[in-house]
Design a protein around this ligand. Structure first.
Ligand code: HEM
Length: 409
């Protein structure tokens, strides 16, 4: 079937915002290597998304400035924008060897052993949050729980006081600046706001690191500062960039995984009943099925580094490919009846943590937070009900999550 059978893919179309899966399904089944009018390729089958993410010779991040100019035109001053300059330095956006060096330091801090050691603390945080909701008698899940849990975990890790009065401003700044990850030109207002908000984040984390240089503590911020002196040490500016990236990646995606999970359970009551019947043993599967069914990151993109073939078509160096993780996760070639939310299936082949050299550095931590959250909610609020008639999705395409989800129990 030719591309003309499927309308050109545009990530900011309103129907995609409301529910991307019908459009994802059409692309995946009718035009799996789609040429978008926006000037990039779109892949949607599990096999293709996976192979683009895994193929480190053929695909990588490429020339950052050229990639962004694809959206804005050849004269756009990419590095003159504070937010894009920051993004260009985030190690996710870089190829080896720079990527390898910074990733090594970060994965060291987030390795499985360290993450396991955080379990009692995460349980405590989840308990406190659930107690507070129970005491209040009503709650809005996103604000009162889904954001709070991962933010407190990230605060613990980095050594930020969760009572710091600047924290709400920092969280808001993440939401408003991470829009630079989107695969499109931002409006003038969005870009101005992203530039301003990155400035807020840089000031906050610069102060944190400056403090840890003189007041070392037992936290990740100090460990990062003290990596100075070693051969592969990060500069002060790099430290700030890494910390913003980690803090943001650590809470936005995880928060929305929790919200998307509770929404999916509210729409599929028998699945919630199955979890409530055995929370301890079924919460890990609930996390994977949530990630597969309603991933909080539904796409990412790569640039061809060498001439490569996909489905018989040549992709030339410099060309950009949007990999639709959300479409791959519902590929019927991998998952039976993929549009059904079912915690009884084996969903572990989802691609919601990416793949290859950029595989999510926080996957262990996100899984643990998800497992504890679903387990404790099922145990302590077995009769939870969410207002799921008309979910309010937050703006943006790449990150998919709810702005609010009122709950009762
Ligand atoms: C449900 C929660 C999460 C989801 C769905 C998620 C998803 C992803 C995906 C898809 C990628 C790869 C992006 C690409 O290849 O372009 C990624 C990378 C990354 N994630 Fe996560 N993530 C989650 C939680 C976390 C947490 C909790 C942290 C940190 C504490 C984290 C830190 C990172 C970092 C640092 C990278 C960049 C890795 C690299 O470039 O080598 N993520 N994540």
């Amino acid at each position: 079937m030719s591309s003309s059978a499927v309308p050109s893919f545009s990530p900011d179309a309103p129907e995609i915002h409301a529910d991307p899966y019908p459009a994802f399904g059409r692309l995946r089944e009718l035009d799996p290597l789609h040429r978008s009018d926006l000037g990039y390729w779109v892949v949607s089958r599990h096999e293709d998304v996976r192979s683009v993410l895994m193929d480190r010779q053929g695909f990588g991040q490429g020339d950052f400035v050229e990639n962004i100019r694809l959206f804005y035109g050849p004269d756009f001053d990419v590095m003159g924008q504070r937010a894009y300059k920051w993004l260009s330095e985030v190690f996710l956006m870089q190829d080896p060897p720079h990527h390898t060096r910074v990733r090594g330091l970060v994965t060291g801090a987030l390795n499985a052993k360290r993450v396991r050691a955080m379990e009692p603390r995460i349980r405590q945080i989840a308990d406190d949050l659930i107690d507070a909701m129970l005491a209040a008698g009503r709650a809005e899940l996103i604000k009162d729980f889904a954001y709070q849990l991962p933010v407190r975990v990230m605060c613990d890790m980095l050594g930020i006081d969760p009572g710091d009065p600047r924290l709400p401003e920092v969280m808001d700044a993440i939401a408003r600046s991470f829009i630079v990850f989107e695969a499109r030109a931002l409006t003038e207002q969005e870009l101005a706001e992203a530039n301003e908000q990155i400035g807020v984040l840089q000031a906050f984390f610069e102060e944190l690191f400056a403090d840890r240089m003189v007041n070392p503590q037992d936290d990740l911020a100090t460990a990062l500062v003290q990596s100075g002196g070693q051969e592969d040490a990060l500069s002060h500016e790099e430290l700030v960039t890494v910390a913003i990236g980690l803090f943001g990646a650590g809470f936005e995606t995880t928060a929305h995984m929790l919200g998307n999970g509770i929404l999916s359970f509210a729409r599929n009551r028998q699945q919630w009943a199955a979890l409530v019947a055995d929370p301890r043993n079924r919460s890990a599967a609930a996390v994977d099925e949530t990630l597969r069914f309603e991933s909080s990151l539904i796409a990412t993109y790569r640039t061809a580094l060498a001439e490569t073939q996909i489905r018989g078509e040549t992709i030339y160096p410099g060309e950009k490919v949007l990999t639709l993780i959300g479409a791959a996760n519902r590929d019927p070639r991998l998952f039976d009846d993929p549009d059904r939310f079912d915690i009884g299936r084996d969903a572990r082949k989802h691609l919601s943590f990416g793949g290859g050299i950029h595989f999510c550095a926080g996957a262990e931590l996100a899984r643990l937070e998800g497992r504890i959250a679903f387990e404790q909610l099922a145990e302590q609020m077995p009769d939870i009900e969410a207002d799921c008639a008309a979910p309010e999705w937050r703006p943006g395409f790449l990150f998919r999550g709810l702005s609010r989800l009122p709950i009762t129990w």
